[in-house]
Design a protein around this ligand. Structure first.
Ligand SMILES: Nc1ncnc2c1ncn2[C@@H]1O[C@H](COP(=O)(O)OP(=O)(O)OP(=O)(O)O)[C@@H](O)[C@H]1O
Length: 303
C-alpha cells in the first residue's frame, strides 16, 4: 500500500509535485500517468526515500520508506535501469544486493528465471541491451519478494514480446495481493495493465479513478452519421449543445447528442440514414482530453 498526503516537492521556484494525495492499493495495478515533466519520477523518488518532500508525506506499507528495517523486503523498485555497476555480471549484481538483506542465493536464481535472464546472467551488465537492462531492473525489484512494487516506465525499450511479458508479470504480482505502482506516459499501455489510474499534470492530480471511469468521463462521445440528407439533418439538430462536423459529403460527426436521439429525430422528419455509429473515445483520446492543458513542453505541431 502506498499512501501520499499533500506530498510536495519544489526545486527552487519550480513546484515539481504540488500537494498530491492518492493511494495505491494491494491487489491492484495502479498506473501513474502523465506527460513528460508532470512529476511522476519525482513522486516515485520521494516514495522510496531518494528525495525529501518539502511538505506532506508518503508511506509504504504504513511507514515512511526509511523507517523500514529491511526496505528491499517491503518495497521493490526500478527507478533507473541504468543505475547498475556495469563491470559486474547480472548474477553478481543480484547476489551483492541479496547479501545486504540476507536474501538467500536461491532467490537470486528464482528472480533470474522469472525475468528470463538465464542465458545472460553470467554476462557483464555493461553489454546489456536496454531490454535486458530493464529485465535486470525488474529482477532487482522483485529480489526481496516485496509486498509493494514500484516501477518507473518498466516497458521502456522492450520489444512487443517484452511488453507483453511485463504486462502479465504485473497482473500476476497484483493477483498475489501485492501493490503494483507503475508509471508511464502512454495511456494505451496502462489501459491493458492497470485497474486504477492516477493522472498527473504539472505536479497536480487531474484524475484518480478506475480505468473504466476515466474512459467514460474523459472525452465526449461522438456519433457518426451517413445520410444523403446532410443539410436537412444539420438544420434539424444543430444547436448550442450539439456540435456537428461534416467529415465527408454524406458523413457527419455529432457531439453532444446520442445516437437514439438522432435516429428518432431523423425518423420523425423522414430523413434517411445509411449509417449511425456511436464512436466511443479511446483511452488515448480520454487521456489527451484530460491532460490537454497540463502538458509542460509541447511541439509546435501539437499546439
Ligand atoms: N533535480 C531537479 N532539479 C530541478 N528540477 C527538477 C529536478 N528533477 C525534476 N525537476 C523538474 O520537475 C518537474 C517534474 O519532473 P519529473 O522528472 O518528476 O517528471 P516526469 O513526470 O517523471 O517526467 P518524464 O516522463 O519526462 O520522466 C520537471 O519540470 C523537471 O524539470
Amino acid at each position: 500500500m502506498i499512501t501520499a498526503q499533500q506530498l510536495t516537492k519544489r526545486y527552487g521556484d519550480k513546484v515539481a509535485v504540488d500537494g498530491i494525495t492518492f493511494s495505491a492499493r494491494p491487489g491492484q495495478v495502479t498506473g501513474f500517468l502523465g506527460p513528460n515533466g508532470a512529476g511522476k519520477s519525482t513522486t516515485m523518488r520521494m516514495i522510496v526515500g531518494l528525495d525529501r518532500p518539502n511538505a506532506g508525506s508518503v508511506t509504504v506499507n504504513g511507514k515512511p520508506f526509511a523507517e523500514h528495517r529491511a526496505p528491499l523486503r517491503e518495497v521493490g523498485s526500478l527507478l533507473d535501469a541504468k543505475a547498475v555497476h556495469t563491470g559486474r555480471t547480472a548474477f553478481d549484481h543480484l547476489r551483492a544486493m541479496a547479501a545486504t538483506h540476507n536474501i538467500p542465493v536461491a532467490r537470486v536464481h528464482q528472480v533470474i528465471e522469472m525475468t528470463g535472464l538465464e542465458s545472460v546472467a553470467k554476462k557483464r551488465v555493461g553489454g546489456f541491451s536496454l531490454g535486458m537492462g530493464q529485465r535486470l531492473g525488474i529482477a532487482s525489484a522483485l529480489l526481496g519478494d516485496p509486498a509493494t512494487v514500484i516501477l518507473d516506465e518498466p516497458v521502456n525499450g522492450l520489444d512487443p514480446e517484452g511488453v507483453l511479458w511485463v504486462r502479465r508479470l504485473m497482473r500476476s504480482l497484483a493477483a498475489e495481493g501485492r501493490t503494483v505502482f507503475l508509471s508511464s506516459h502512454l495511456m494505451s499501455e496502462m489501459a491493458q495493465t492497470a485497474d486504477h489510474i492516477v493522472v498527473l499534470g504539472r505536479g497536480r492530480i487531474i484524475a484518480d479513478a478506475p480505468v473504466s471511469e476515466v474512459l467514460a468521463g474523459g472525452a465526449a462521445t461522438r456519433v457518426r452519421v451517413r445520410t444523403p440528407q446532410t443539410g436537412e439533418l444539420i438544420g434539424l439538430l444543430a444547436g448550442s449543445t450539439v456540435q456537428i462536423s461534416q467529415v465527408e459529403a454524406d458523413v457527419l460527426e455529432f457531439t453532444g447528442i446520442d445516437s437514439p436521439t438522432i435516429a428518432e429525430a431523423a425518423l420523425a422528419n423522414r430523413i434517411l440514414l445509411h449509417e449511425l455509429t456511436p464512436l466511443t473515445a479511446s483511452l488515448e483520446e480520454a487521456y489527451m482530453a484530460l491532460t490537454n492543458d497540463s502538458v509542460e513542453y509541447r511541439t509546435e505541431a501539437a499546439r
